[in-house]
Design a protein around this ligand. Structure first.
Ligand code: KMT
Ligand code: NI
Length: 178
């Protein structure tokens, strides 16, 4: 299954796992509580996969493209990686399907702690509109991901603080920090 954990607070290389010791794993159930959804698919079939088609139909994920994140092929690689790692939110769901390689998505827990989600080939994840998050490659420095979207894509990111948006307030209202 998907591996996720609460992060340590060290400033070391963002590409390192940053696990606490002892490790504090985060379950899929906990992720569900913050609106993060996950599917495991066969990425080798992504061009003709009835399972993927069903998810896309059920969820309304009409748009898709593919982004390869590695130094050799992504224009403005350093700049983009820096942007992706800035804590931000979107006004729409962020939906990513890892076709090859691996990477980390960090999301804020109900009580505002960082949760690191290790994404590998075949993992499809949806981060809800309004959740603060960030993205980094791991030490392999390579991932290829399908970006999905409901309707015409809007890639606009709002760096934290971005608490005045209605989408953010709706999202916060859906949480319960105890
Ligand atoms: C985002 O907005 O966080 C991203 O697009 C991350 C990189 S896509 C694999
Ligand atoms: Ni994002």
């Amino acid at each position: 299954p998907l591996e996720a954990w609460y992060m340590d607070s060290s400033d070391e290389d963002q590409r390192l796992p940053h696990k606490l010791s002892p490790n504090q794993p985060v379950s899929l159930d906990e992720l569900k509580k913050i609106g993060v959804l996950h599917w495991k698919l066969n990425a080798d079939m992504h061009e003709n996969d009835p399972e993927l088609e069903k998810i896309r139909k059920d969820q309304g994920y009409s748009f898709s493209d593919v982004i390869t994140i590695q130094k050799e092929t992504l224009p403005n690689y350093e700049e983009k990686l820096k942007m992706f790692f800035e804590e931000h939110l979107h006004l729409d769901d962020e939906i990513r399907y890892i076709l090859d390689g691996q990477a980390y998505f960090d999301v804020r827990s109900v009580c505002n702690r960082w949760i690191r989600i290790a994404m590998g080939k075949g993992d499809l994840i949806t981060l809800p509109a309004g959740i603060y998050h960030r993205f980094t490659l791991d030490q392999t420095n390579y991932t290829k991901a399908m970006r999905l979207f409901v309707g015409e894509p809007v890639w606009k990111a709002y760096n934290r603080p971005a608490d005045d948006f209605e989408k953010r307030q709706q999202y916060v209202a859906s949480l319960q920090c105890s």
